[in-house]
Design a binder for this molecule. Structure first.
Ligand SMILES: [Zn+2]
Length: 74
């Protein structure tokens, strides 16, 4: 069950509620009974969408260092 963060603008307090995903959002502050409570989008449970492909997905073959290539004899 995810934890949702709400911020009451009336009592200026952040509160956390355990809610089902399909449960109705809290619309009344349990402390002051104000309707000025807003759901906060917490970073931990919200992933950025649409970032798409990164160039790092291309796999570069490991470059071989050949240290013996440039040895010359007199
Ligand atoms: Zn409140």
């Amino acid at each position: 069950m995810p934890i949702y963060e709400y911020f009451c603008e009336n009592c200026k307090k952040k509160q956390e509620f355990l809610q089902e995903i399909d449960e109705d959002p809290i619309n009344e502050c349990p402390l002051c009974k104000s309707k000025n409570i807003k759901k906060m989008v917490s970073v931990s449970s919200f992933k950025l969408k649409g970032s798409g492909w990164y160039e790092t997905d291309f796999k570069n073959p490991p470059s071989k260092k050949n240290n013996n290539s440039a040895k010359t004899k007199d």
